[in-house]
Structures are given as C-alpha cells and as structure tokens.
Design a protein around this ligand. Structure first.
Ligand code: HEC
Ligand code: HEC
Length: 729
C-alpha cells in the first residue's frame, strides 16, 4: 500500500517545483503572444528581418559568415529546430552591444528591444528557454578589456536562475539524519563545481522524495505501549498531537505543526496562503492514506518545497529606478550564508535581515565582514575556492590507482598546500601575489613530527638488528617513512619548523607546489599541455578551443626524446593555432618532474646503452637512462598585457612576472566572481567587477575585502528584469 501511494502523491507535490519563478514572470509579462509559428513568422518578417538586413547581413550571409553565422540559415521556428541556443546568444550579444562590432553602426535601443522581444516571445511559444548553457560555458570568452573598461556601457543583466543547494548544504541540513542519502552529485564540466544549473533528473528526484519521507518519518517516530503513544527519539509535541488517532484532526493543531515544520526546515513562518494550502493537504492526506501516513507525507511535503531544494535567490524585492529587482533581505541572508558556509544563515543574520540592516550595500558588506571575522563560524567555501581555482587537490585523482613510491601520499601534499593557502589568508595581504610567489612551504606539517619519531624508532631497531646479524643486514637499506614527501620538495629531511623557506630560485607559489605540479601530470611524466592550459585560462584569462574530435591527441612514443622534443608534433600549423596558447607557458615547468621535484636534468632512454645492456645469452637486462639538461625556457605570449610579454627562463620567472600584472589580478577577480556568484560573468557585470578589483587594490590585496565587495556588489544583490518585465516609472 505504501508503495502505490508514494509515487503519484509525491509527484503531485513535485509538480509545484518549477512554477514559482515562471509564475512570477508570467504575471508581469507584456510580450506579444504568438499562438502559432505563422503569427510569429509574420512579426519576424515585418520587424526583425529588415533590421538584420540593414545591420547584420553584410557580415553574416552565405558568402561571408563571420563567427560562422549565416543569419539566413538561422531558423526562426525555434520549436522545429535546435536554433534556440544561437538565438539566445544573438539576443545577448545585441543587448550587450557586442554586435554589430563597431560602435558607429550600433543598433538603436528600440531596435534592440524589437529583436530581443521577438526572440523572447518565440522562445515562449516554442517552449524553449534562454539556454543556460551560455551562462556556464567558458567564462573567459567575455571580452576582458570591455569588462574592465569603465567607459564601456552594457545593460545590467544578472540573470534570474534557479540553483539547487550544493551537496554540502544538503548534507549539513538534511542528509545528516539516519536513512537519508545524498541526492546531488556535483557537476563535472564547469570551472567551479557549484556553477551548474539545477538538474533534477529522475534518480535525484526519487532520492529527494525518499529522503523527505524518511526525514518526516524520523520526526514522527513512535510506538504504542499499553494502548498509549510513546515517542521514539525527539517527537515534537505539535506532531504528536496530529498522530494520535483518538484526537480529532483540528485546523489549529495542523497550523501549529506546519509552523513548527516551516521554522525547522525553512527557518521562517508559513504565510497565510501556505497555511491554508497545507491545512487542506493534511486533511486530504489523512483521509486518503490514514492518519499517521497522511501526517507524515504532509510533513514531508515541506521538505520538498522548492525553497528547501533550491537556493532561493530569484529577486523578489523592490524594483529600483533602473528596473533592476533587488533580492529581499531574507534572500540576501541565505545567499551570503551559502556563499561562505555550508549552512543556512545564523539566527543573528536573519534578525539583521528583518531589522532592515541588509537593505543597503554597506549593510550587506558589513554583515559579510562580520561573518568573515568570526573565528567560530566555519567558512569552508573559502578554502574550496582556492582548491577549485588552483585544482591542486586533483593530484589525488592522478595517483589514485598507482603507488609511485612506497611512501608517496598525495593527500599529504594537498594538506600542505591547503595550509599554505590558509597561512597566506591569515596574513590577508597581497593574497594573489603571495599565492603565486611565496617560497614558503609546509612539508607534511601535520605528520612530520610523528613520522620523525617513527623513523627514530625504526632506525634504532634497524641498527640493533644489524649489530646482531651484520651479515644479513650488510646490503640492506632502511625504508624511511615519508621520504618521498620531503623529497618532493628536494629536502633531505622533514623540516623542524614550519613553514620552511625553499630556495627562491626553485619555488614560487602554488604552481610550484608538488601538489599542483602532480595534479597536472600523468602518473609517470610531466604534462606540459595541461600545465600550460591552466596558466592560459586561469592566470592569463585566455581561451583555448577544445581539442577537435578528429585529432588523435597523442605524442609520439619516443622515450629517447625529451618531452619538449616529443611535443614538436603540435607545432604543425594546424595544431599550433591552439597549442600556441598552451605549450610556451606550459613548458616552463620542465624544471620539475611529475612528482613536483625540482630538477636540472631530464632522464631519457639511452638507446645505445640499453641495446648493450644484455646478458651472455643476449637477453635484455632492462632499460638504461641518461640525463639531458632540463630545458624550462618558454614565453609569455598572447597575454593582453604588453608589460609581461616575452621570453622567460622558467616557470618561477614567468609566474613572478604574471603576479605583478594588474590584468592577471583582474583575471583572478573574474574567477572569484564566478565562484561566488556561481555563474559566468557577462559584460553587464563590468561595474561590479571593476569595483571589486578596486576594493582589492585599495585594501592592499585583502581577500576578505574582495569577498565582501563581491557579495555586496550589484551583480550579487540585484537581478535584471526578464526582457518582458516593465521598468518602474
Ligand atoms: C562588421 C561585421 C559584422 C556586423 C555588421 C555584424 N557582425 Fe556579428 N560577428 C562579426 C564577427 C567578426 C563575429 C565573430 C567574432 C566575435 O564573436 O566577436 C561575429 C559574431 C556574431 C555572433 C556569434 C556567433 C557565434 O555563434 O559564436 C552573433 C550571434 C552575431 N555576430 C550576431 C550579429 C547580429 C545580430 C548583427 C546585427 C545586429 C551582427 N552580428 C552584425 C561581425 C559582424
Ligand atoms: C582546436 C584546438 C586544438 C587543435 C587544433 C589541436 N589541439 Fe591538441 N589539445 C587541445 C587542447 C585544448 C588540449 C588539452 C586537452 C584537455 O584539456 O583535455 C590538447 C591536448 C593535446 C594533447 C595532450 C592530450 C592528453 O590528454 O594527454 C596532445 C598530445 C595534443 N593535443 C596533440 C595535438 C596535435 C598533434 C594536434 C594537431 C594534429 C592538435 N593537438 C591540435 C587543443 C587543440
């Protein structure tokens, strides 16, 4: 009986999930409505096509198709084609004044609106939505110079998008209960993990429903003893009253239970409308499924409200004089909590929100600073930014299945870099510069002392055994615990004080930490292309097109050549148009090996010596390697900053140069923006971005100041009206 009931009932609940946002927009709509494609096409031919003919077709026709776009091939029937994504891009580009490219040809405001409105209306008719794809694809595609040009004006377009809770928030708030599993798996493809659009696929939905029912069950657990109800666990009074079939099901009791559940799940009171909706639901479910099940499902329904599954940052506040919609103080309280912690807002923040303290930009910045300065408040999302930005924690994946060294433990390398980031954040000065240039390092900072002790014991044991039986131990060597860890930093032993200063000509910042170097390696050799791609995208803000599927992306199997020599194949004209962005910066890391050890030479197979290395019967006795000089020369190219362009000796020199570049600093701000706003920037975010960068500069490179600026920026606090929302008078 239980089974048959769950699905349709729960489905009925879930149907409500996607409505609130679209309903809100529906109400304000003033767009034309097209009942058929014929109607839509008529409007297109009459008002849109002539604008294209006048302003665009010169560059986007069958012969000259700039950006590989021939406008005559772009199907206006979005229902019958896959063109909606392209139309969305087009709409965005004209609204942002990116097209037409030259300012003097620029479209009149009214013409932009004509085109954009037609696109929105046709999307609506065809049931397609503005492709979210755009918002999560490579963020660097947005023109950097325009983004940071204070004179460049683009429309504010911070989008209203629904995002599900991060797996961590769900875990902290819900999944800690017995029998409740994690429904959300992180997205794989975006720069930052939490950037993806909500994907409520079937398995996720099924698990959400199961969890909700389990949670409600946990809250209402009881048994009957001597004809009396006895609570198991923490059964709130308000729920117990409803479960007792001897009592009538009264509205007042239901209301008390609903308020209790709202307070616990959503941290707010239910509205009048919600109370009447849920009162009706309790009655209906009790009638259909019996009292106990009915009450449980009704309580479960509150766990399934969109507000408990999504991040509620739609912008439900007032519209300002520019037509932008502000988040409500409550939405802001949640948004800044989710930005820094994995938890819902602390009580004081909700009180501040109620008192109107989050009504101004300064008020929000102050609340953020208070959170940042509170040593008791855990803020795991800050460290996660650096882990995801640098990606050094990926070295665990690289060495997941292989033991390179007996004592190689990539987890320790990651912990050490984490600690280094923390150390720099504690000082909170010139954070970006320090991250890239410091020659300080932690080396097994958690375990070094233990490992040393362990080694002393083992050494003593070894010496004792040797004394007893010198013959047996003559050729034996002691295995030193953790040796490959300190060797990764080219140290002879664990340092006694942490952090230690490594030679400044050998190490400069996170990119020369063994964790980062290993994360961008293969299990047995360097990967200059991955290392270069990282520098290009994350430091220089460049774009490298994806490898075409037609390319067999493999280097020749020639172990007698250095990596640099083997990478020559990528210098053919066809390959170079992409590899020019990766190789010259990536090869500068050739002064380290795949474990991150600094080196002056690179071992390659010595074919001659190997051929001679045979036993009397001519059987090979194994390969012999020879050392060639490790050439870490490279070039900063195509960087957009003339001051740093040019040849460099190695990565230390390269990174030191980049760390001083104001443009690279802006690229860092762009990444922080993406992480904390969980979406890619667009030109409309220019002012928010510029201000955040200025604040960072003025504060002497304080990460706290940067975060506070981002979380109180217009892009964070406001949403653009959807195209159909009328502006306030
Ligand atoms: C002077 C030539 C020129 C004119 C006029 C022009 N474009 Fe473009 N367009 C380009 C170039 C060059 C690109 C590719 C480079 C880029 O993306 O900046 C491009 C790219 C685009 C793209 C992106 C294509 C894609 O899928 O990546 C769109 C959309 C677009 N144009 C729309 C328009 C529209 C709409 C107009 C008229 C309002 C217009 N363009 C007018 C030159 C032009
Ligand atoms: C359109 C851009 C583009 C072109 C053209 C291109 N590549 Fe690449 N290539 C990339 C990118 C991007 C990567 C990084 C791969 C990744 O991120 O997974 C890459 C990676 C590689 C790798 C390393 C693959 C691995 O996973 O270890 C090799 C080898 C390679 N390319 C060889 C070539 C060769 C040879 C050619 C020419 C025949 C070529 N590529 C043409 C973009 C390109």
């Amino acid at each position: 009986m239980k089974r048959t009931l769950v699905a349709p009932f729960a489905m009925a609940l879930l149907c409500g999930l996607s409505t609130p946002a679209s309903e809100a927009q529906e109400a304000k709509s003033v767009l034309p409505k097209y009942a058929s494609f014929a109607e839509s096409k008529h409007a297109f031919d009459k008002s849109v096509a002539p604008l294209f003919a006048k302003h665009c077709n010169g560059c986007h026709n069958a012969k000259i198709s700039e950006g590989e776009l021939d406008l005559s091939m772009l199907n206006p029937d979005m229902k019958e084609s896959t063109s909606a994504g392209r139309w969305a891009l087009l709409s965005k580009m004209i609204s942002q004044r990116e097209m037409p490219p030259e300012e003097k040809q620029s479209l009149a405001e009214a013409d932009v609106k004509t085109i954009a409105d037609w696109i929105s209306a046709e999307m609506k008719r065809s049931g397609k939505h503005f492709a979210t794809r755009e918002a999560y694809a490579n963020g660097n595609k947005v023109n950097h110079d325009k983004l940071f040009d204070p004179k460049f004006e683009a429309n504010f377009d911070s989008p209203t998008t629904l995002r599900r809770l991060s797996p961590e928030i769900y875990a902290a708030e819900m999944a800690k209960a017995p029998g409740v599993g994690q429904p959300f798996t992180p997205e794989g493809k975006t720069t930052f993990r939490d950037m993806g659009a909500p994907k409520l696929d079937e398995p996720t939905t099924a698990l959400l429903i199961r969890n909700a029912i389990q949670l409600a069950h946990n809250q209402t657990n009881f048994k009957i003893e001597n004809g009396k109800m006895k609570a198991i666990g923490n059964l709130p009074q308000e729920f117990a009253k409803l479960l007792d079939e001897n009592l009538p099901l009264e509205d007042a009791a239901i209301i008390a239970a609903v308020q209790k559940q709202f307070a616990s799940v959503l941290q707010r009171q239910a509205t009048k409308e919600e109370l009447s909706r849920f009162t009706a639901l309790f009655h209906k479910n009790a009638k259909d499924a019996g009292r106990v099940l009915g009450v449980r499902y009704s309580l479960a329904a509150i766990y399934l409200l969109p507000e408990s599954i999504y991040r509620w940052e739609l912008g439900s506040g007032p519209v300002d004089d520019q037509g932008r919609i502000r988040l409500t103080p409550r939405e802001i309280a949640f948004a800044i909590s989710y930005a820094l912690t994995d938890r819902r807002p602390e009580a004081w923040l909700l009180v501040d929100a109620d008192k109107g303290k989050l009504a101004t930009k300064e008020g929000v910045a102050e609340a953020v600073r208070k959170m940042l300065d509170d040593p008791k408040l855990k803020k795991p999302r800050i460290m996660r930014f650096f882990q995801e930005y640098f990606g050094y924690d990926k070295c665990r994946e690289v060495f997941q299945d292989v033991k390179v060294h007996k004592s190689h433990d990539p987890r320790i390398l990651v912990e050490d870099t984490d600690r280094l980031v923390e150390y720099i954040l504690e000082k909170d000065q010139n954070v970006f510069y320090e991250l890239l240039t410091t020659n300080k390092s932690f080396v097994a900072y958690k375990t070094a002392a233990d490992l040393k002790k362990k080694r002393a014991i083992e050494t003593a044991k070894f010496e004792e055994n040797k004394k007893k039986d010198p013959e047996k131990f003559k050729n034996k060597k002691l295995q030193l615990p953790g040796r490959s860890i300190y060797e990764a930093y080219n140290l002879p032993d664990f340092p006694d004080t942490q952090p230690i200063d490594l030679p400044a000509e050998e190490r400069a910042g996170i990119l020369t930490q063994p964790s980062w170097l290993a994360a961008n390696s293969k299990t047995d050799e360097n990967h200059a292309i991955f290392r270069g791609k990282w520098v290009r995208e994350r430091l220089l803000g460049g774009v490298v097109p994806d490898v075409p599927i037609t390319v067999d992306a493999q280097l020749p199997n020639a172990p007698h050549h250095t990596l640099r020599e083997r990478m020559k194949v990528t210098e053919q004209e066809y390959c170079w148009k992409c590899h020019i962005y990766m190789n010259p910066v990536g090869l500068t890391f050739e002064s380290y090996d795949f474990l991150g050890r600094y080196r002056k030479t690179e071992p390659v197979l010595d074919t001659e010596a190997t051929a001679k290395n045979v036993n009397k019967k001519g059987k090979s006795l194994g390969p012999i390697f020879k050392d060639l000089p490790a050439d870490a020369g490279g070039k900063i190219n195509e960087s957009g900053d003339p001051a740093i362009e040019g040849a460099v000796k190695n990565s230390v020199q390269m990174v030191r140069k980049i760390a001083k570049s104001g443009r690279a600093e802006q690229v860092f701000v762009r990444h922080a923006f993406r992480y904390w706003l969980c979406r890619n920037e667009s030109l409309g975010d220019g002012p928010s971005m510029q201000q955040a960068h200025q604040v960072y500069r003025a504060s002497g490179g304080s990460m706290k100041a940067l975060i506070a600026a981002l979380l109180s920026s217009d892009s964070f606090l406001y949403r653009a009206p959807s195209p159909e929302t009328p502006k306030a008078d």
